[in-house]
Structure formats: C-alpha cells, structure tokens
Ligand binder design. Structure first.
Ligand code: PLP
Length: 391
C-alpha cells in the first residue's frame, strides 16, 4: 500500500482501490473476486497444450463456484465453442449466455426429459443403451436426429456404458443409429497423478472401443488429462479446474494462474486478555493480549469449518495488505475471527476487509488444510458472496 492510500482493512475504499476501482456495495459482507483475464490466459494455455484438439470449457457447479454465465462469456470471447454442465437446470441457466454454442449435459437423459433437452438445444451425454433408445425414439418422432454424446466407462465405474453394453454395441454398432451421437467420451480416474498406470489402461480401452464404432469425435481428457500429453487429447479436451486456477495435479506444483480471491468484511474489532478463549467450544486459548477482527464469512459461505484454529492446531491465515493475520478459534456458520494484534490499529477497522483466499493463502492451501481438494473449496463458495469480475 502506498503512502496514505487506504488499505483493505479500512473500508470499502481500500478494497475497491485494490481491485482497480471495482464498486463494492456497502451491503457486501463477503466478496468473491474472479479475475476473468487470468481465466482467459488459463484457457489459452490449455488450448495451446491441446492443439489441434478443440478446447471445451467445463462450467458445471455454477462455473466451479465463480458464476457459470460470466465464466462462459469470458471463454466464448476467447473462442470457446463447446461447454459442459452437469444438469439440465444448469443448461437452462447457461443457454442465454452462450448463444448457439454446443452445450452438453454430463448427467445425461433422465427418463422423459428429451423434450426439455430439445427445447434448450442441449445435448445429453448418454451413459447407457436405455438412454440411447429413448433419445433415438424421440428423434424419430421429431423426424430429425439431434446431436448427442455417448459416455463409455473405461474404469471409473461411475457413468457410462459398462462392459456388457460395450460388447453389445461392438457386436451390433447399428444399436447406436438414429440417436445423433457425434461424440464419444470417457473420463480419467487418476490423471491428477501423472505416473499412474491406470490412465494408460483407460486410454487403451477407450481407443479400442472407439475403433469398433462408426467414425465420430472423441474426448477423454479433463484438465489433468490435457497435461498428460497429446496421446490423451483426441478431438476435444474438457478442462474444468485448471481454467479456474485450481491445481490439476495431486502432488505437483500448480502450473495454472490463480483466478479467485475471497474477502470478508470486518464487523467488529475487539480485545481480549491472555488466557481468554475465542469462539465455540472455547477451543482456542489466547497466549497473549490480543486484538482481533471478526469477519462476516463462515462455513455457510463454504469457508470450511475444517479451516478453524484450536490449541492443538493452527487454522487458516488471512491477510491485510499483504500482512498475515492468523485465524483464532473455530469457523462459525457466518463468522470467523482473526488475530490483528501485530498490525497498526488503523489498518484493521470495522467496515474493512480481510483477504481469506489470495496470494497469502491459496485455494490449494485451503484445500490442503481442510483435507480436501480445490474443486470442493471453489464449488462450495455459496450464494452470499458479492461476485466481482475483473477483466
Ligand atoms: C468435471 C468433469 C470434467 C472436468 O474435470 P476437471 O478435473 O475439473 O478438469 C471433465 N469431464 C467430465 C466427465 C467431468 O465430470
């Protein structure tokens, strides 16, 4: 922070200034900043890694918590023409933002939903022959084959054609006729650990199955799969987490640029003596006279309770203008407390903000501390945040 300018701990002005003048509503208690320029750079990086394959955007889970419409518009501006969501509800919400781009629903066709897919010009990713038959019958009644995708299970044991159905299809590929299938997909179970032999095995199964079908486009790679190399790219890649700056690897450094920052509003600054405790369960005893800031973000905002501090274990770390402020006590539903003792009093005041996720404490740091993955941190960031888009 340069001389005299307000810092983020002093009011909306400091945060607004940090965000290049973005307006912060006076009512905003939690602020999620999504840097769409960084998202676009991540998309370009993945697209270049996957070329000449097409690079789709996976925007399920409301764009991994960032806002699917804003994310998809940014990707579309970068040339992205194919999107994946999980549910038909997500497809309905997204369609107006993406014009006539191709939109696939990974959950596939629930019984009776074909007319809804057609009304949204949306494509089911079908995972069993019952779905294929229903879509083909719907297309026949319409007198027009509408495009769709077929999901083959190559070892995830989740969605997709199982071994018996694969054999039935290979014995009689005409069973797929009439359903407009123009894309074959499968999903990798272990791409985040690049040395795992399971990916090679899935690749071999995928290639063998595709070879027995009429020619169609093929897609195997999620984010981590893109980074496994060109043998995994086929015609279309489907990155999600890496677009949003999450680490596609389980145990390697994150090659992507961070996209998300999170801020919580300071509601109150208080003081407590050494020996007093903070928060539920009195689980954290102060070792010194402490000045603390209580922030209006909690586990109802996806700021996980597993990030809390106790006497046995430090918790998450926040930041004000680059200075670390450790968490005190457990995360409550709507509130979290931070230790601001070491900061000059004028830098942490009611109405200011503490950075909860950012360069000091990344999405990956939060995931590691909470015993989860960045995907769960991002998709859990709930509806109470004011979402601010940069770029
Ligand atoms: C979620 C998902 C993706 C994207 O995966 P990331 O690991 O986030 O890149 C791709 N394909 C399918 C089938 C998925 O469910």
């Amino acid at each position: 922070m340069d001389g005299g300018a307000p810092g983020i701990g002093t009011g909306s002005g400091g945060l607004s200034r940090l965000l290049g003048g973005a307006s912060i509503p006076a009512s905003a208690n939690g602020v999620l900043v999504a840097d769409l320029a960084a998202l676009r750079r991540n998309y370009r990086k993945l697209r270049e890694a996957a070329a000449p394959a097409e690079c789709a955007g996976v925007v399920k889970g409301d764009g991994y918590g960032l806002g699917a419409a804003q994310v998809a518009r940014a990707l579309a501006a970068e040339g992205c023409r194919t999107f994946f969501v999980a549910t038909l509800g997500e497809a309905a919400a997204l369609r107006p933002a993406i014009g006539d781009a191709a939109l696939y629903v990974l959950d596939g066709l629930s019984p009776g939903s074909a007319p809804d897919f057609a009304a949204l010009t949306t494509r089911p990713v079908m995972g069993d022959l019952g779905e294929v038959a229903e879509w083909a019958a719907f297309c026949a009644a319409l007198g027009m084959e509408l495009p769709s995708a077929l999901h083959v299970d190559t070892g995830m044991n989740r969605l997709g054609l199982k071994a018996a159905e694969r054999q039935a299809v290979l014995a009689a590929p005409a069973r797929l006729d009439g359903a407009g299938i123009d894309l074959l997909i499968s999903h990798l179970a272990c791409a985040d650990t690049p040395d795992n032999p399971k990916s090679r095995d899935q690749l071999a199964q995928f290639t063998a199955f595709a070879a027995g079908l009429p020619p169609m486009r093929r897609s195997l790679a999620n984010s981590a799969g893109v980074l496994l190399g060109s043998g995994f790219h086929f015609d279309l890649v489907r990155p999600g987490i890496a677009l949003y700056g999450g680490n596609p690897y389980a145990e390697r450094a994150n090659p992507m640029e961070p996209v998300v920052r999170l801020y919580g509003r300071i509601l109150q600054v208080g003081e407590a003596a050494a020996g007093e405790t903070v928060g539920y369960g009195a689980a954290h005893t102060l070792r010194r006279a402490t000045r603390y800031a209580t922030v209006a973000v909690g586990y109802a905002d996806g700021y996980l309770r597993a990030l809390g501090a106790t006497d046995a274990r430090p918790g998450a770390v926040g930041a004000i203008d680059g200075a670390a402020v450790p968490m005190l006590g457990r995360v409550s539903m709507d509130l979290t407390v931070f230790d601001v003792t070491d900061l000059p009093p004028e830098t942490a005041q009611r109405g200011g903000f503490i950075e909860l996720i950012g360069p000091q404490f990344t999405v990956d740091d939060a995931a590691a501390l909470a015993g989860t993955i960045g995907y769960e941190i991002l998709t859990g960031l709930g509806p109470r945040y004011t979402r601010v888009y940069l770029g």
